[in-house]
Design a binder for this molecule. Structure first.
Ligand code: ATP
Ligand code: MG
Length: 414
């Protein structure tokens, strides 16, 4: 395998793709700020335990997707597969629970060793939010509304559907879990090997198995609804009422689960049928038990994460790069003047490309290739008279004008 290829499952973000990528992050960040979410960045690697404890020993991520390595000092390190654990760790390490509630936005690379395919990489990027310290259903509503608002701002809301479910409080969950284990044990012989392994450790995960045989068994499995206690039912009713009031449509999906015990109440996902097999764009839920699981003070939390690559695939209207001004000196003596003008125009806010290689024809050709709006040609004799030549590259019209009046004239072209 050539070491000059990117590692399987990773890719370069060349300028064209980077622009889409950045559009997603910038618009999302802008909306998140309006909801009072401030940006945070945690390290891209953490002690392996941070993820093991929070994601659980039976999750796909921990069992097969983590990039882990040992340091000389004997420490076990893992490249972050997601950012909630890192944010929770940061809350504990920095003693931030003194100032709850806290609202965070993040964007950055995540790493999972899974089979690469369209919409699935080994290094990918996520934006996400976490709202910590708010146990009320209003927080769930706000976090979902924020996710939706971002999809709207990206112009892709119409391509998505919001799916919603509740996992109830710990009491309801324990009751449901017991019912599930009993049911699946009766049908054990029809379950896939993976699911048999999950049977007692993580039975909820069987509900979203993609295996055909599992699906047939799951079809008649007990429904969570029947095991929700009153508190859980009321909580979910509040969330739904808030979404209804805001005119946010959703589909109930009782198969939308999170396997781990610290997940409670709301689980949701925005999916799109325009992405092929990898339909999940933005996924989240409430994780009231997570921070305690990590050894911190009991702190409720809710959040979501969205894949930037998947969002970028859906986004249509990306602002094109600003059109530059091309400054083209003609003859040696004009070089310094051209350099000075270039700097002045950059300070005025223009994107300026200084052409200094090749003959005049080549420099003009390059100006056109880079979609420059105008070219400013500076010849020695002209400069002695304080003049330059401005060519409007859209109309092809050319004029000679005083150097001082150039900024004002340029303004009329943009
Ligand atoms: P999936 O079902 O697609 O594996 P997931 O449940 O593993 O998703 P989460 O851990 O909830 O996903 O991550 C949230 C979002 O991050 C996903 O909805 C998706 O948009 C994106 N995502 C997850 N894994 C990848 C990946 N390997 N490559 C690209 N994007 C990803
Ligand atoms: Mg996955």
């Amino acid at each position: 395998m050539s070491t000059l290829q990117p590692v399987r499952g990773t890719h370069d973000l060349l300028p064209e793709e980077m622009r889409r990528h950045r559009a997603v992050i910038e618009r999302a960040r802008g909306v998140a700020e309006r909801y009072g979410f401030e940006e945070i960045a945690t390290p891209v690697f953490e002690f392996t335990d941070v993820f093991k404890r929070t994601l659980g020993d039976t999750s796909d991520i921990v069992t097969k997707e983590m990039y882990s390595f040992s340091l000389k000092e004997g420490e076990e390190i893992t490249l972050r597969p997601e950012n909630t654990a890192g944010v929770a760790r940061a809350l504990i390490s920095n003693g931030l629970h003194q100032s709850l509630p806290l609202k965070y936005f993040y964007a950055g690379p995540m790493f999972r060793h899974e089979r690469p395919q369209k919409g699935r990489q080994r290094q990918f990027h996520q934006i996400g939010v976490e709202l910590l310290g708010a146990p009320q259903p209003q927080a769930d509503i706000e976090v979902i509304a924020l996710g939706r608002h971002i999809l709207e701002e990206l112009g892709i809301l119409q391509d998505t559907v919001l799916e919603l479910n509740t996992l109830g409080d710990p009491e309801s969950r324990t009751a449901y879990r017991a019912a599930l284990v009993e049911y699946f044990q009766q049908h054990e012989s029809h379950l896939s090997e993976d699911s048999r392994a999950r049977l007692t450790r993580n039975p909820l995960r069987i509900l979203d198995s993609k295996d055909e045989g599992d699906r047939r068994v799951v079809a008649d499995a007990p429904a969570f609804e029947d095991y929700l206690n009153e508190t859980s039912r009321n909580f979910f009713a509040e969330v739904r009422r808030g979404l209804d009031e805001l005119g946010i449509p959703y589909q109930l999906n009782s198969r939308l689960v999170r396997g781990l015990d610290y997940y409670t109440h709301t689980a949701f996902e925005f999916t799109s049928d325009r992405l092929g097999a990898q339909s999940a764009v933005l996924a989240g839920g409430r994780y009231d038990g997570l921070i305690e699981t990590m050894g911190g003070p009991a702190t409720p939390g809710i959040g979501w994460a969205a894949g930037i690559e998947r969002l970028a695939m859906l986004v249509q209207d990306v602002t094109p790069a600003a059109r530059p001004v091309a400054v083209i000196p003609v003859g040696e003596a004009a070089a310094v003047q051209a350099l000075k003008l270039t700097q002045e125009l950059r300070h005025r806010g223009y994107v300026v490309e200084l052409g200094y290689s090749g003959n005049l024809k080549k420099r003009m050709k390059r100006a056109n290739q880079m979609q420059a709006r105008a070219a400013i040609m500076m010849g020695e004799d002209e400069l002695k008279a304080g003049q330059v030549t401005l060519r409007d590259l859209d109309s092809g019209e050319q004029e000679s004008l005083a150097l001082e009046s150039l900024p004002a004239r340029l303004e009329t072209l943009y």
